[in-house]
Design a protein around this ligand. Structure first.
Ligand code: HEM
Length: 476
């Protein structure tokens, strides 16, 4: 469990904020929402501060954030912004490309996210989710079951199955399962390096571990690409097959190097964010039994392996999904860097300036949301639609040309996971206070999200049994 967030959380944020050199960074780690609100109240939507030893422009509130994401004068670049935080680890992933090159790659990659492709992913995800949850060691019920690490492991398994075409876990050898453990660890290291204070290849530091992790991920993705090319199945229904088959109007394709770079980013994007969203949903449903029952009833008629259309036709699931993303956006801050001098809401931002687009505060602005800290999925229902008060007040998937390509995949995966959990267990969240989150990278539950799970004993079609995966317990 990371020590730094625990330490800073124990100190008052206003004290933490004054620590020389690291003040604003620590203040963010201790209380991100509070820090954004204080900046907004004191300095307005556009301000400047030193983060991780460098000057940054901080954008808070929907107007300022929206401006940078829509980027009307093309002054903000994504690659050098994100590159500052995680560049060496997710280099040349789609999110780190810009302008013409980005558009070209995005057009090719979109071919992996068409409706037809998503229907294929739904067919593969259903049984994989079922088998994955059956492997959780909670058959006779469990008190304090750590749901977060189990979900993180499962979503990575799902990503390797559905996106890469890897065999189901129960069919993998011990060596393949050990490799998956190492891959999961490598992703954790790469993501956590974002807020490292030492940003050089020093062994034993977060940065050093992340560089080692990147090498392992490249080797892993490289082997998948080589195997797929050798098998000659470029047109199969996996995401990797789609990337290998994608062609632009001139017939150009991704070369192998580009596919590896995209895969490393996509595997991270596809499992970390879905894990966090599912964690928030399970946490909140454990605190709101009425909503848990409402979702269970809504999905009671569904088959064990529902189609994409069946999953999409669950209105209460959608309300809860949106509300979870509002309360805890898995990517609370986006990074940019200006490539030329520009203005945001009349404030000058110099060229070459790192910029933090702090979306999180827009999701909790009391001027835009009623009781913003309360779990209230109905706020998204027709008749209320609180999210329509400002076009940029709810942007968990970002906006503009870099808007998330996997948002429909994410909705499908999270809803399938929740649907299958609802069929197996009734659960409560034992912690009376809000789940503490570490913001060292993405918002990870510090306590592993313990849940008390009570089996429902309802007859379900049997899924093939499989061994509990060795990745169980991989630290956050
Ligand atoms: C709840 C889950 C998810 C959330 C909250 C989320 C959030 C985001 C956000 C905020 C961005 C924009 C970053 C920026 O503008 O700087 C983004 C980009 C991206 N996401 Fe997601 N994401 C999720 C799931 C996924 C999944 C499942 C995939 C793939 C299967 C995926 C693939 C991507 C890609 C490829 C980009 C880069 C798009 C571009 O730069 O053109 N995401 N995501």
């Amino acid at each position: 469990m990371p020590v730094l967030p625990r330490l800073v959380a124990a100190l008052p944020p206003t004290v933490v904020g004054r620590v020389p050199y690291a003040g604003p960074t620590l203040e963010y780690l201790a209380d991100p929402l509070g820090m954004m609100q204080r900046r907004h109240d004191t300095h307005g939507p556009v301000s400047h501060a030193r983060f991780l030893g460098k000057p940054w422009t901080i954008l808070v509130g929907p107007d300022a954030c929206d401006h940078a994401l829509r980027n009307p004068d093309k002054a903000f670049a994504s690659g050098p912004g994100w590159g500052e935080l995680v560049g060496p680890f997710f280099d040349r992933g789609l999110m780190l490309l810009d302008f013409e090159e980005h558009l070209g790659h995005r057009r090719l990659m979109q071919q992996a996210f068409t409706r037809q492709r998503l229907e294929g992913y739904a067919g593969a995800l259903g049984p994989a989710v079922s088998a994955g949850l059956d492997a959780w060691p909670v058959a006779a019920g469990a008190r304090g079951f750590p749901a977060y690490p189990a979900l993180k492991q499962l979503t990575l398994e799902l990503a390797t199955q559905v996106l890469l075409g890897a065999p189901p876990v129960e069919q993998r050898s011990a060596a393949e399962r050990a490799e998956l453990t190492a891959v999961n660890r490598a992703f954790v290291d790469c993501v956590q390096a974002a807020t490292a204070f030492v940003r050089a290849p020093v062994p034993g530091t977060r940065w050093g571990r992340a560089l080692r992790g990147r090498r392992l991920l490249e080797q892993y993705a490289g082997r998948q690409v080589a195997a797929r090319r050798a098998a000659g199945v470029e047109g199969d229904d996996t995401l990797l097959g789609a990337l290998l088959a994608a062609r632009d109007d001139d017939g150009a394709t991704f070369d192998d190097r580009a596919v590896v770079d995209h895969l490393v980013f996509l595997l991270m994007a596809a499992h970390d964010t879905s894990t966090l969203t599912t964690s928030t949903v399970l946490d909140q449903l454990g605190r709101h039994p009425g909503w848990q029952e409402r979702l269970r009833e809504e999905a009671a008629h569904l088959p064990d392996r529902p189609s994409l259309a069946e999953v999409e036709a669950l209105p209460s699931f959608d309300l809860v999904f949106r509300e979870a993303l509002r309360l805890v956006p898995p990517v609370p801050v986006l990074a940019r860097k200006t490539v030329e001098e520009t203005e945001v809401l009349g404030e000058r931002v110099p060229a070459g300036r790192l910029t933090a687009v702090m979306l999180h505060l827009s999701h909790h602005d009391p001027a835009l949301w009623d009781e913003p800290h309360r779990f209230d999925p109905e706020r998204f229902a027709e008749g209320r639609r609180e999210d329509k008060r400002h076009r940029a007040q709810w942007e968990p998937f970002g906006g503009g040309v870099h808007k998330c390509l996997g948002l429909h995949f994410a909705g499908l995966e999270v809803k399938l996971l929740v649907h299958q959990a609802l069929r197996r267990w009734r659960w409560t969240t034992p912690r009376a206070t809000p789940t503490p989150l570490s913001y060292l990278s993405l918002p990870v539950p510090l306590d592993g999200l313990p849940l008390d799970l009570q089996p429902l004993g309802r007859a379900r079609p049997a899924s093939p049994t499989r061994p509990a995966s060795p990745t169980q317990g991989v630290p956050a």
